[in-house]
Design a protein around this ligand. Sequence first.
Ligand code: FES
Length: 158
Amino acid sequence: MLQEIILKHKGTPGALIPILHEAQNVYGYLPGEVLHDIAKGLGMPEAEVYGVATFYSQFSLEKKGKYRINVCLGTACYVKGAQDLLDKFKLRLMIDVGECTDDGLFSLEACRCIGACGLAPVVTINGDVYGRMTVDKVDEILDKYEALAASEKEAEEA
Ligand code: FES
């Protein structure tokens, strides 16, 4: 699959960016071995491929979950207990910031102000914004996403 993507773009000026995009679509992120194979396939130094992949924020070198949880640790959220929220997510999911659960469902990030301080503390999960979050709501929200993933899986298997 990766070789097909490389061959499709090889020889075109600026081939690296579309290759990185397509590879990320296939693998969900850009693991080291994929970057290595891309560099080899294009005859480019590996450092250059890494440089481009880390420069653009749309590329991720870490595995991401189906549901990407982002806990805002900006000042307004922090003073309203964002650290407790982050700790609760870590405990429930048994992962640290920057990690993904083994089942690939959730990954956890911490970010700086996302411009919704009036709703502090704020957590986003993919595109959904959860304002005035409390530690008590963490389980309820994660249960909802787990149920959603389970029903999607059931529908796929039906
Ligand atoms: S500090 Fe969290 S939204 Fe601004």
